[in-house]
Write a protein that binds this ligand. Sequence first.
Ligand code: KIV
Length: 271
Amino acid sequence: MDAAKPVNIAELRRMRAAGEKIACLTCYDASFALIEDRAGVDVVLIGDSLGMVIHGGRTTTPVTVDQIVYHSKCVAPHLQRAFLIADLPFLSYATLERALDASQRVMQEGGAKMVKLEGGREQASIVEYLSVRGVPVCAHLGLQPQFIHKMGAFKVQGRDDAAAEAMVHDAHVLAEAGADLLLLECIPAGLGRRIAQASPVPVIGIGAGHDVDGQILVLHDILHISPTVTLGRTPRFVKNYMNGAPDIESAIRAYVQEVKSGAYPAPEHCF
Ligand code: KIV
């Protein structure tokens, strides 16, 4: 691995083709950006999970574009190698114009190189609109935390045949629309494998099983300090990398190594 060569979309595609797992982690500030970059994290996400792990909210709904831009600005200058993705927060991509405006801000002001948005085929026109204008898009399928007030609870998605078929179709439509990356959250491992095998673009999972092209977790979850962990609501796919680690950088390095080797996720982290 060339530590100085920045990761880009072409490199993510190459890694996928070569069977090299992509290690992704959320990040929200400069101190952790430096450590994650040095520890070999390939992709850093300014997740709207910041509403929960930084602001202490129960959902991601209150997170604003201003806040994503702010945290992106804290992180971007400190990444030499890792590829930076920023979330488009709740309703910031409700129309084509809003999506373009939010993307412009997180990329031009925040320094992100890709935006992530939640939703299935209904977002295809937005993905296409952004993509043809030079905005790389990661499409987030499966559990979509921005839909919490429609769903009522965070739960595993795609368990029945109809929902699984719909998700396979959504993934296809979004990649056709120009998505450069897919992210699958909280779905059965077999469905994750099926979508990854059919996908023309790299597929990153969080609670989506072992057979996808890379993994992502929330930084504060792997350090065992997030409110969900502290309050005893640790999701099944979370692993405590501070367990046995002498310091934070070692914990993050262990996560990267286990993603690369395939040791993470183990069967107990999958649905
Ligand atoms: O906001 C976030 O951190 C995310 C990850 C959980 C994938 O979307």
